[in-house]
Design a protein around this ligand. Sequence first.
Ligand SMILES: [Zn+2]
Length: 377
Amino acid sequence: MTVVRAGRLVLPDSVIGPAWLRVEGDRIADLGAGEPATCDVDLGDATLVPGFVDLHCHGGGGHSFSDGPEAALGAVAAHRRSGTTTSLASLVTDTLGTLEHQVRDLAPLVADDELAGVHLEGPWLSSIHCGAHDPALLRDPDPDEVDGLVSAVPGAVRMVTVAVERQGGLDAVRRLADRGVIAALGHSDATYALAHAAVDAGVRVATHLYNAARAVHHREPGLVLALLEREEVTVELIADGIHLHPAVLRDAAVRASGRFALVSDAMAAAGAADGSYRLGGLQVAVVDGVARLVPGGAIAGSAITLAQALHHAVHVAGVDLPAAVAAITSTPARVLGRDDVGRLAPGAYADLVVLDASTRVRRVMRRGAWLDEEIDD
Ligand SMILES: [Zn+2]
């Protein structure tokens, strides 16, 4: 048993402080406002928030989720050090055979609770909004192919991004929703009307809203405005200062209040140095923390962690701290249907992040165990 005292605790609906939290085993046993009767770890003025939950991440620490289980564990560890205690593993477009192989590679890590599931970003995407996906491998979502990939290992695939304007797109969304797989809309040229139809069919997540999507036009607002309007939809936003202007991030945070999730969309360079990397079969150069395809120059994911997204959202875009914290904890946890992660509450896993006065991550606890001592950055 460990009693932790902090200047503030960010709870699902309030901020209390000073406050304490008692950890027993891998769970939060209890918490409350005021000074604790006894205290094992005094965090002084620091703020305690839940461990972060990332819905969209391709890798980190020099490793990609598409490169097998050992690389996947390396990527998980890199993000965990900076506070992300729950991750989906996103796979970029590849051949169906290769993707099935990758899902089978990652499935044991899902079963072992190292990963919260696999996210298939492709191959059923728009070729005109392909971003860093190999356009030659993009295809229509044939029902048998969708079923085959999603059920290759039952329970392993948790989310699939679909461009619903492709032949069979809406049917694919219905099939995914029927199977309990989260249907996401993105890398898409869907119109405003079609995007509404897609939400009616079961879409519940907007994959990196604004990026790799039909642009907003005053006569045809496209999928972006439709997805912002629908209360059922959680919108992913990449808060790296490159994918979205801070004003767009701030605006989306207001319009999708309580249902925007900051995602890293990180490739291997997150938590690692600039240099040459691969994303699926494509070559990527990271210069000054910006990842671009070689050749072509399209932005190829980010090189950030959620800790950096939090800092950017609060200190550059001006999102208030509780809203920004919810966007990397309780909101994505709700998308995953999880109430045991993403919140400070009795019964939830003891996944804790210690933030200093400038919103930098200082310590991380996962499942009741501190990962490292103080983090220097
Ligand atoms: Zn993408």
